[in-house]
Design a protein around this ligand. Structure first.
Ligand code: DUC
Ligand code: ZN
Ligand code: ZN
Ligand code: ZN
Length: 484
């Protein structure tokens, strides 16, 4: 059965034009004027865009003594409700655990997914087994991205030696390393000092993770990647110091990508000064919210292209879970939600304010992500042959964000009370209408795993690497006898 999206304006990462879009069998089959099909969706007054891709979610993740509360069902329902048609989640082996075993655990969580999904694999320890399994993950399991935590000391954190090993392996395999860039040693010491001095409230979380520790770790990861001959993707870039390191690397010819979150773009550090403990604790995430200068830097990066992607790091905990940290902020589960709100918030605060264009909006919410993660043009495109993951965006529809009406399973929303203008009229996943205005028509189990191939670009030498791997041995005329 075919469906025609009629009367809308197509907006892609580089074009804006009026045309109808016909979908059939889960794919886009025709684009042009005056199309007809078995069913028609009225897109008059709307923009027809590639569905959003969120490259950074944590659904049903075991973390800090509990599990994140949105699973692949509620999380993907929230995604679709806000115009996002694909998520990329992190399979997280505990240190010592086989990567393949962790992947099976993550696969088993996905049977009720409402939209397509893919995985990044985390490297949380290093061994010959991990080295070998990385090859299977890339070549047989359709995963070409590996995440490294430079923070969470004593849990997920890897050190420079482990990262250098892993990044070199990524380069050999055509895979892209990702980093959570914060200096975990410094954070751990800052946490202990703050607690010892009696600072145990949620505001201390932000004091324990200043922008400098993110800037340092971002720069360090960039150098390690460059030495390894690998590109690098920096997740949740939240501050000018990290952005500056990324800009500099790109200017020097390195393939380095930066991913601000919608939360860091629109919420600031004043949230932690709220006298209500729950209010502040609900906003504890890593990195923490920053000040306005850092926010301006992130917006400028999106406009200039030095930052390429907007994600959520969706990792939702209930108020009851957040209260595990009463009396000790280091026990507040780190994470905030955002899947349903990323696109409307970015449209409202980015496109409607003139900070970014509509085409840039499509680029940073979908197309750039599909390209960087190597699934373009199957995803991230309005092109014949692409998957029919489409959002019909009504720039005039408004709502006030509220936990009372959200899809996420938790009992609050960090954007509570914010007015957004720009919402989906329809969201289609695999050619099927999953959202029609505020009516939820999602189908559990509709989502499929999307396999991603290795990258052609990865094994290309980067700037420093070329010199390092071509040492010139000096032919000497005399070598003195050693020792005496
Ligand atoms: N940061 C969070 O806030 N939550 C999950 C993991 C992370 O790095
Ligand atoms: Zn080693
Ligand atoms: Zn992280
Ligand atoms: Zn994360």
């Amino acid at each position: 059965m075919s469906t025609v999206i009629k009367g809308g304006t197509i907006v892609t990462a580089d074009l804006t034009y009026k045309a109808d879009v016909k979908v059939d069998g889960g794919k886009i089959v025709e684009i042009g004027p005056n199309l007809s099909g078995d069913e028609t969706l009225d897109a008059t007054g709307c923009y027809v865009m590639p569905g959003g891709i969120d490259p950074h979610t944590h659904l049903e993740m075991p973390f800090m003594g509990t599990y994140s509360s949105d699973d692949f069902e509620s999380g993907t329902r929230a995604a679709l409700s806000g115009g996002t048609t694909m998520v990329v989640d992190f399979a997280l082996p505990s240190p010592g655990q086989s990567l393949l075993e962790a992947l099976t655990m993550w696969d088993n969580k996905t049977s009720r997914a409402n939209c397509d999904f893919s995985f990044h694999m985390a490297i949380t320890w290093w061994s010959e087994q991990v080295f070998n399994e990385m090859q299977t993950i890339v070549q047989d399991k359709g995963i070409n991205t590996f995440k490294h935590f430079m923070a969470y000391k004593g849990a997920l954190m890897v050190d420079d030696d482990e990262m250098f090993h892993s990044f070199q392996r990524c380069a050999e395999l055509g895979a892209l390393p990702l980093v959570h860039a914060e200096n975990g040693d410094i954070v751990a010491q800052m946490q202990a000092k703050l607690l010892a001095e009696g600072n145990n409230g949620p505001e201390a979380h932000a004091y324990s993770r200043p922008a400098a520790v993110e800037g340092e770790a971002t720069n360090r990861a960039i150098i390690i990647a460059d030495m390894a001959g690998a590109p690098l993707y920096v997740v949740h870039t939240s501050c000018e110091q990290a952005h500056e390191a990324i800009r500099r690397a790109r200017q020097n010819g390195m393939r380095v990508y930066g991913e601000p979150l919608i939360q860091h773009l629109t919420l600031d550090e004043s949230e932690y000064a709220n006298p209500d403990w729950d209010h502040a604790a609900r906003r504890v995430m890593s990195p923490p919210f920053r000040n306005k200068q850092h926010q301006d830097s992130l917006w400028a990066g999106l406009a200039a292209g030095s930052l390429q992607v907007v994600a959520t790091d969706h990792c939702a905990f209930t108020t009851a879970q957040k209260r595990f940290g009463v009396g000790d902020f280091t026990k507040i589960p780190n994470g905030t939600g955002g899947l349903e709100d990323r696109m409307p918030m970015l449209w409202t605060h980015g496109v409607a304010t003139g900070r970014i264009t509509m085409n840039e909006f499509v680029a940073v919410t979908s197309t750039n992500i599909a390209k960087i993660l190597n699934m373009y043009p199957r995803k991230g495109a309005i092109l014949v042959g692409a998957d029919a993951d489409i959002v019909v965006w009504d720039p005039k529809r408004s709502k006030t964000i509220s936990a009372a009406t959200q899809q996420s399973a938790i009992d609050y929303n960090v954007f509570e009370g914010k007015q957004v203008t720009g919402l989906p009229r329809f969201t289609l996943t695999g050619g099927v209408v999953a959202i029609e205005e505020s009516t939820i028509k999602t189908r559990e189990g509709q989502g499929k795993f999307i396999s991603r191939e290795p990258f052609a670009a990865v094994s290309k030498a980067l700037s420093t690497w070329k010199e390092i791997t071509a040492p010139r041995k000096v032919q000497r005329t005399g070598i003195p006898a050693s020792g005496v």
